[in-house]
Design a protein around this ligand. Structure first.
Ligand SMILES: Cc1cc2nc3c(=O)[nH]c(=O)nc-3n(C[C@H](O)[C@H](O)[C@H](O)COP(=O)(O)OP(=O)(O)OC[C@H]3O[C@@H](n4cnc5c(N)ncnc54)[C@H](O)[C@@H]3O)c2cc1C
Length: 369
């Protein structure tokens, strides 16, 4: 299925002269928009707006409990079981009940980047996250809804890996930071489905933001700094009602196709439970900065799921939707992180692939001779 190719700002769909052809082309799987369009829109419109939006006072402070309070592994020295809590986003594990333990973190001062968190602890979290959405139906197939959940997690994982690769501690002794293209290639580019899942996740979250356009436009962005708050509102408006976005990619993802079968409601509850467990797993991440960004981005995904799937009647979305301030902050910051990752793949991917493939082939020919 192909959508009409929409020339955007006169630059879309042109092949990069240095690479000859694009590796990712056509419709992003399960979405309604092409890779070429996503790259052009992101570069020209979305990325610049988002970069400015996340620096505003409203969007740069995230309220979070950074305390490790892992509900899964009480035997892990630093974690304890926590009490159950009542929450109002059925997709996420609510942290907002324990006010005394919450802190405000300035996200601009704590960028998502390499932290050195690796080894069995990090691996155990990713394994547990993937185990949550691996149960397949008896035919051995993922249903479409479970595939969506898997792709969202995998896309987020790609984005985290890309931020590690793009801001890496290259030389510890001299505190030298820079790009680690080998890591970028190894963890993401070498696995094209991980790149595809990143684009999918970006479009999914973008659809949630545009679906909640009226709500987000009318929300209060009140920090006490009127000038900054007006700028925030104006940037939100530029993002959610963007004419170029509406022309080039009016429906980034079509959520109406999901939960259609007889078992739709039951399946939705099951996937909500799985996502809540993934959200709770963020308390088990053993590095504070990773936990911060893990919690923020999973809350952002949970907010996107809430926007897309919690109100059945599309016309009532803006009357019935209720978002917490922290959910709005998480959603915008997640979209910005994904936008940065998509831009990095688009701009650095072909070069990283070329040099890594050259390295691999010279290594192979040396070892065979
Ligand atoms: C929530 C969370 C946040 C983190 N944030 C940071 C951070 O900010 N900075 C930092 O330095 N480290 C962070 N880490 C650690 C980081 O993600 C890696 O776990 C770590 O760098 C070790 O990498 P690895 O090579 O062992 O592979 P990992 O990235 O740990 O991957 C584990 C396994 O998952 C599979 N996999 C990998 N990528 C994908 C994908 N996109 N789709 C599907 N499957 C995949 C592969 O089989 C891989 O072997 C975080 C970890 C978690 C769980």
């Amino acid at each position: 299925r192909n959508s009409p190719r929409s020339p955007l700002f006169g630059i879309t769909n042109k092949l990069c002269p240095c690479t000859g052809s694009r590796k990712y082309t056509g419709i992003v799987e399960d979405c309604c928009c092409e890779y070429e369009t996503v790259d052009a829109l992101n570069k020209e419109v979305l990325h610049p707006i988002l970069q400015e939006l996340v620096t505003t006072p409203f969007f740069r402070y995230f309220r979070v409990k950074l305390w490790c309070d892992c509900p899964f592994w009480p035997d892990d020295g630093m974690c304890h079981l926590r009490d159950c809590s009542v929450f109002d986003n059925p997709w996420t594990y609510d942290d907002e009940t324990d006010n005394a333990e919450m802190t405000y973190v300035n996200l601009q001062l704590n960028p998502e980047r390499y932290t050195g968190y690796a080894g069995p602890s990090a691996r155990r979290i990713w394994e547990a996250i993937y185990a949550e959405n691996c149960p397949k139906d008896p035919s051995g197939e993922f249903c479409q809804e479970k595939r969506v959940l898997y792709k969202l997690i995998s896309g987020l994982h790609s984005s985290i890996s890309i931020h590690i690769a793009s801001d890496y501690l290259l030389d510890e002794a001299n505190n030298l930071w820079g790009e680690n293209l080998e890591l970028f290639y190894d963890r993401v580019l070498r696995h094209p489905e991980r790149v595809r899942n990143l684009y999918f996740t970006f479009l999914f979250v973008l659809r949630a933001v545009t679906k909640a356009a009226d709500y987000l436009e009318q929300a209060e962005y009140n920090t006490g700094n009127m000038e900054e708050d007006l700028k925030t509102q104006s940037l939100v408006r530029q993002l959610v009602y963007n004419p170029q976005l509406q022309i080039a990619c009016p429906l980034p993802f079509d959520e109406a196709k999901l939960w259609q079968g007889e078992s739709g409601p039951e399946l939705k509850q099951q996937i909500q439970r799985q996502f809540r467990n993934i959200s709770a797993l963020m308390d088990c991440v053993g590095c504070e900065k990773c936990r911060l960004w893990g919690k923020l981005q999973v809350l952002g995904l949970g907010t996107a799921l809430k926007i897309l799937f919690s109100v059945d009647n599309d016309n009532l979305i803006n009357q019935q939707l209720q978002l917490h301030r922290n959910e709005v902050i998480a959603l915008a910051n997640l979209l910005n992180r994904l936008s940065e990752s998509v831009k990095f793949v688009h701009e650095k991917g072909p070069y990283a692939e070329r040099i890594m493939e050259k390295k691999i082939s010279s290594y192979t020919s040396k070892s065979s001779s």
